[in-house]
Design a protein around this ligand. Structure first.
Ligand code: SIN
Length: 340
């Protein structure tokens, strides 16, 4: 998919932040690490995109999800590694878990997402090691560790849905605050949480068609938040709003009235926290408006993808006779067991 792992700095010895993401093809990245790869596997590569992931589009997520599902169904494919920019890995990780996680488990395969914080030609580039670790993790399942959707970076592994970039430049930025285990020495308490999450994820949600992703925006509550901000969206075609609230997911009192109007107009509302960690529970700090959902441990970018998938599932599966609401589908993702 591109990202910094495929990036090039104009001056490799100079400032490592001055580079262009998505410049080197996946074949070249693989050729560079060929001698470090496990010997008993064949690695076949495919360039779906080569971009800076800040430009990730919903239609590209659709292409990625569909291609991953084809690969999962291919009897010759043992595991799948995705190279990706770290900026929006958080969205892609949640998307893959929610749309391909169950299938990966039942077919006994791993999907592994990886990237880098330094461009490919930096002297201390982290991408090569991350790619070797990711391919090893995808192809050599450790005994007793379930299959599913993971992220591997900086010598650590986590569930892809727990991956979050929480620093602008630190080398361990993507997994800095995520529940992880060292890739070579699986931590038993991490493993039991992974198993609990995998056991609870019993059915994948449908992948939205490229041009049919529901329009959902993230709005952040802050000092001086205005009712006008919400009212602005009431006249749009937006189908859902993710409220990145203060603290445990509270929002400015001035938003209450227009948000009630949003619900009356059928706009889906989800509350999360702008703090970047911790959980948002129902009815805290006060009673939720009818139908508004708390997002559990989902951050705002993840809650947005979850809400889009939930709205799409409610619409798509309605036609096939399963009358579940977007809240039913959203709760499946938001209520997965938490790592403590
Ligand atoms: C990107 O997300 O494509 C650029 C940043 C990165 O990969 O670290």
């Amino acid at each position: 998919m591109g990202g910094t792992i495929a990036g090039l700095a104009a001056d490799p010895e100079g400032n490592p932040n001055k580079y262009k993401a998505g410049q080197v093809g996946i074949d070249s990245l693989l050729a560079h690490i060929a001698s470090a790869l496990p010997q008993n596997i064949a690695v076949i590569s495919e360039q779906l995109a080569n971009m800076n992931s800040r430009n990730l589009s919903e239609s590209l997520l659709t292409d990625l999800g569909n291609r991953i599902q084809e690969c999962l169904n291919d009897l010759l494919v043992k595991g799948i590694v995705i190279t990706h920019g770290t900026d929006t890995m958080e969205e892609t990780g949640l998307f893959l878990q929610a749309t391909c996680g169950h299938r990966a488990q039942i077919l006994g395969k791993r999907i592994v997402i990886t990237g880098a914080m330094l461009p490919a030609n930096a002297p201390a580039a982290d991408g090569p090691r991350n790619l070797v670790d990711a391919i090893s993790w995808a192809s050599m399942p450790l005994e007793n560790c379930p299959n599913g959707v993971y992220a591997v970076m900086s010598g650590k592994v986590c569930l892809a849905m727990d991956l979050a970039k929480r620093h602008g430049s630190a080398l361990n930025a993507p997994l800095r605050d995520s529940p992880t285990s060292p890739v070579n020495l699986i931590n038993p308490s991490w493993l039991s949480c992974v198993k609990a999450v995998q056991a609870a994820w019993g059915e994948d949600l449908p992948i939205p068609k490229a041009e049919e992703w529901p329009w959902v925006e993230i709005l952040t509550s802050h000092a001086g938040a205005r009712a006008r901000t919400i009212k602005h969206w009431l006249t749009s075609e937006v189908l859902g709003l993710v409220l990145a609230g203060t603290g445990a997911g509270g929002f400015h009192d001035d938003w209450s009235e227009p948000l009630d109007e949003a619900i009356d107009r059928g706009i889906a509302l989800v509350r999360t926290s702008r703090t970047g960690s911790g959980a948002t529970y129902p009815h805290i700090p006060e009673k939720d408006a009818h139908g508004c959902m708390a997002s559990g441990t989902l951050s705002a970018p993840r809650a947005r993808i979850a809400l889009q998938l939930a709205l799409n599932a409610a619409e798509t599966l309605k036609i096939s006779g399963k009358a579940l609401t977007w809240q039913d589908f959203f709760a499946r993702i938001a209520n997965l067991p938490e790592f403590r």
